[in-house]
Design a protein around this ligand. Structure first.
Ligand SMILES: [Zn+2]
Length: 224
């Protein structure tokens, strides 16, 4: 059979498309932790992949030690071009949008925030969602490897904020409570959420003030 040049071209095109769709997979093991890494973005910089993996092995054991020694020992990272958020975590699997890292290559502590969600393991939480996210950003501030490089920090209080704003705004409030009211409250709230003993009264039990009283004290004097 004579192979025509157009047939060859078709084969070649198929090979390129096939390659672009391919999943790279690898497994890394270090100090009792295993990370499986899959990536379907052939344009993702190899140094960025390396940073995602290094950040996992740097921060996850610290998070486990500080917050949840029973947390999963095996975690999966999936870089998926089909995923359109920034990152999301469920059941020990973190999916990342590579586009975010193309646009924000310094924002490597997305890893720190997401792997804290694995340690949190609140399942269907008995607490509010803003607290789950606030704790994850508190921990990003605590253990992040490149927050400064990413120009990421806890924002100073601004009029109009609420503790329900979630993420960094809640994290800044938690940081203030740690400094001014009760060092260790984040660890305690995290534990209560995981053990499903958290209630709206937990704040008063820990600090002598209700959540709203704490917020009022914070906005009256937010400096740390
Ligand atoms: Zn989150």
């Amino acid at each position: 059979m004579k192979i025509t040049s157009s047939y060859l071209l078709a084969l070649l095109t198929f090979a390129i498309v096939g390659n672009a769709m391919a999943q790279e997979r690898a497994t890394y093991q270090r100090k009792g932790y295993t990370l499986t890494f899959a990536n379907n973005d052939a344009t993702l910089d190899s140094s960025l992949q390396h940073k995602l993996i290094e950040t996992f092995f740097k921060v996850y054991p610290k998070i486990a030690k500080e917050y949840n020694k029973q947390t999963l020992k095996t975690v999966a990272f999936v870089v998926d071009t089909a995923y359109k958020g920034v990152a999301a975590t469920s059941n020990g699997r973190v999916v990342f949008n590579p586009k975010w890292f193309h646009q924000h290559p310094e924002d490597i502590d997305v890893v720190t925030h997401e792997v804290m969600h694995i340690a949190q393991d609140y399942k269907r939480s008995v607490g509010p969602g803003w607290l789950t996210e606030g704790i994850a950003d508190y921990v990003r501030n605590q253990f992040g490897v490149n927050n400064e490089g990413a120009k990421w920090k806890l924002p100073d209080y601004k009029a109009g904020q609420s503790y329900t704003n979630s993420y960094r705004i809640t994290a800044r409030f938690l940081y203030w409570i740690e400094k001014k009211q009760n060092r260790g409250i984040v660890k305690e709230l995290d534990k209560q959420l995981r053990e499903r003993t958290y209630t709206a009264d937990s704040w008063k039990q820990q600090t002598g003030k209700t959540l709203d009283e704490l917020w009022q004290a914070y906005i009256d004097s937010p400096a740390v």
